[in-house]
Design a binder for this molecule. Structure first.
Ligand code: 0O2
Length: 273
């Protein structure tokens, strides 16, 4: 196939990857905006390289004319989760989406591949709109934990190096590493609630600090500079004490001060009119 034809073939897949990366990042953002734990930690995507498409087509005996029908992962999206439990939540999110029609699900989590590979794959139909009209194509969505991703990234590069000639000893070690990844995921699952609590309070603290700093910054425009500096010093003192209750109380008092200045400002403006 000529390079120009490859470009034409791959272009809509690139569009699908770009769109889905934005969409899944938006899902993550929505959880964060709602101050909820996001089951999606990292979103990435890629269009399969031409050499990789050709290699897979050769391995599977696929003709160039039927690439799009037989190679399901030309467009690939990867959703990485913190915990194994999050994977089923993400799968459910995908099943509920109207823009993705699931063709097949491959569960390599309950039963790993002989290599030790673990991941949940969804092959889905997705429609992109180009200047030539709508095009329905297939995308592969891989869902896995951070630990599974670490293993598969390393193993993938070794596979690339050795092709089908990976030394037995290395294969054994990778299988042992896959068991270790499994054990790590199970261990993390057992302290999931604790970790989530910690992350949740971190998020709440970050939001509270940012609200306080915004309020102080706004006060600079309306209040007496000396008073704002005093408020700011008080905040730094409380911040160093690292006491959430005191910070929450301080933030509420600051809200009242800010509101009073806002009201005062409105009254002043009206008396000028
Ligand atoms: P790349 O470079 O990631 O694009 P099947 O006929 O269903 O058994 P198929 O079509 O290869 O086989 O589908 P499968 O098994 O779901 O694999 C699709 C992709 O999953 C692979 O794409 C890899 O990305 C990943 N994968 C599958 N098995 C392994 C494994 O043992 N190790 C690692 N590291 N990744 C794996 P490609 O085309 O192989 O590679």
């Amino acid at each position: 196939m000529e390079i120009q034809l490859w470009r034409e073939l791959l272009e809509p897949y690139g569009l699908a990857v770009d769109e889905l990366v934005v969409k899944f990042n938006h899902v993550k953002q929505q959880y964060q905006d709602a101050e909820m734990y996001s089951p999606i930690e990292i979103v990435s995507g890629r269009v399969k390289r031409i050499s990789s498409i050709l290699e897979k087509a050769h391995r599977k005996g696929v003709d160039l004319e039927e690439l799009e029908q037989k190679i399901e992962d030309i467009a690939g999206i990867r959703l990485i989760c913190q915990f194994v439990e999050d994977i089923s939540t993400v799968v459910e999110i995908i099943r509920q989406r109207q823009d993705l029609e699931i063709k097949q699900e491959k569960d390599y989590i309950s039963k790993s591949k002989p290599s030790g590979y673990r991941s949940y794959h969804i092959i889905a139909y997705y429609t992109v709109h180009t200047i030539h009209g709508p095009k329905r194509l297939e995308v592969e969505i891989q869902i896995r934990t951070l630990a599974m991703n670490f293993w598969s990234t390393i193993e993938h590069s070794l596979q690339y190096k050795y092709k089908e000639h990976m030394p037995d000893e290395l294969r054994e070690r990778l299988l042992r590493a896959a068991d270790a990844v499994d054990a790590l995921d199970n261990e993390m699952a057992s302290v999931r609630d604790e970790i989530m609590d910690a992350q949740d309070s971190n998020r709440k603290k970050e939001k509270l600090i940012s609200d306080i700093l915004n309020n102080i910054e706004n006060l600079y425009y309306v209040a007496n500079k000396r008073e704002v500096t005093k408020i700011q010093d008080e905040f730094f003192k409380l911040y160093q004490q690292d006491n959430m209750e005191l910070l929450i109380r301080f933030s509420k008092q600051l809200d009242i001060i800010a509101e009073t200045y806002r009201a005062q400002n409105i009254v002043n403006r009206r008396s000028y009119e």
